[in-house]
Write a protein that binds this ligand. Sequence first.
Ligand code: DLL
Length: 435
Amino acid sequence: MERYYQPDIECASREQIREWQSERLKNQVKNVWDHVPMYRKRMEEAGLTPDDIQSVDDLHKLPFITKDDLRDEYPYGLLARPLNECVRIQSTSGTTGRRVVAFYTQHDVDLWEECCARAIVAAGGTEEDVCQVCYGYGLFTGGPGLNGGSHKVGCLTLPMSSGNTERQIQFMTDLGSTILCCTPSYAAYLAESIHERGVRDQIRLKAGIFGAEAWTEEMRHDIEEKLGIKAFDIYGLTEISGPGVSFECCDQSGMHVNEDHFIPEVINPLTGEVLPDGEKGELVFTSITKEAFPLMRYRTRDICILSHEKCACGRTHVKMTKPLGRSDDMLIVKGVNVFPSQIETVLMNKGYAANYQIVVDRVNNSDTIEVQVEMTPEMFSDSLSAVSGREKELVDALKAMLGIYAKVKLVNPKAIQRSEGKAVRVIDKRNLYKQ
Ligand code: DLL
């Protein structure tokens, strides 16, 4: 029997959800008009006043905001509440030099943790469970979000944070963890390490809640099989709150967006036109219940598809596909659009583990792409000619998927550095020349 953390909300009628959204959107628009100068200016430029937004049908009138706006307003420009009402910040890693700082009131933290609790219950979590959280704690939202959700559900929470694989496995076996929360790449690494140590039969895990980075269905099956669990996807971003913006249910057919808090839209990234269900485009969110840091029509850069089709789990909130890539993750190699997930699919279908790296470069004014992937331990003893035969096989399969030649280099098992958080899949050396 399907269980829900907040059944009245998660299974509300579409009319009810629409009513909540319209009411909350109207209030939020008034709120940001009164308290955030940038929003008022943008609305005035678009010839709008709060009265123009009467329901969700008017949402499309509002201007978009982007990560550049967040940067321009850094750090306090978008605050909608006085600082003394804020109790927390979280921040993105800022690896691309674009650090985002998001603010929370206590109310914001509570609602965020409830969203994570919904995800944990959807994955089968109850107060009987031992929930091991190995997302990073600190500025990253992964650890604090799932930690809070786990408390709300009443699980025994293991606040492990990321890294120290030896200790992770020891706690997992000694305390009998039943739910694992981490990035999918770290789950794959943990699975590998558990097998190497021969302790698979001491593991009690039943479910994993994996997100924060792109992962394919092939990778899901691999992790599910190696750990003997059901693996659930969870999505979110710091700007909108953190993990739990959407989450997967037992149907594993997309992630339900917590629509009572976040209104999703999918737009054509070039024209800004709102696209109907089933069409692929850039995901945009409006946070209608956030107090401290509400974002109106925020362009996420994540590419996905929305679906209002009825879900077998009984939840009524719209589902989004896994992000099919990020518009800024997309590599353009020799003029062709390449998504790392396409490469991962080819590798996993050919029996390789998800330990790979994509190196893009420019040689003699022409783009090159090399896929480095680890041989499996069984392949390691292969002859040189067998190895080059395998490389050729992958080159052909990648050509069929991508339409361009990608060099393939099979490397020794363990040669690719394992990740404890978000995996670094792409090294684009062309960026070095731009600086
Ligand atoms: O990654 C929040 C999070 C933590 C989500 C733990 C799930 C679990 P940021 O660091 O701000 O926040 O990165 C947000 O990560 O725009 C997506 O591109 C990507 N992302 C997040 N979840 C998924 C997912 C957290 N399930 C960015 N699948 C987002 C694919 C994901 N990409």
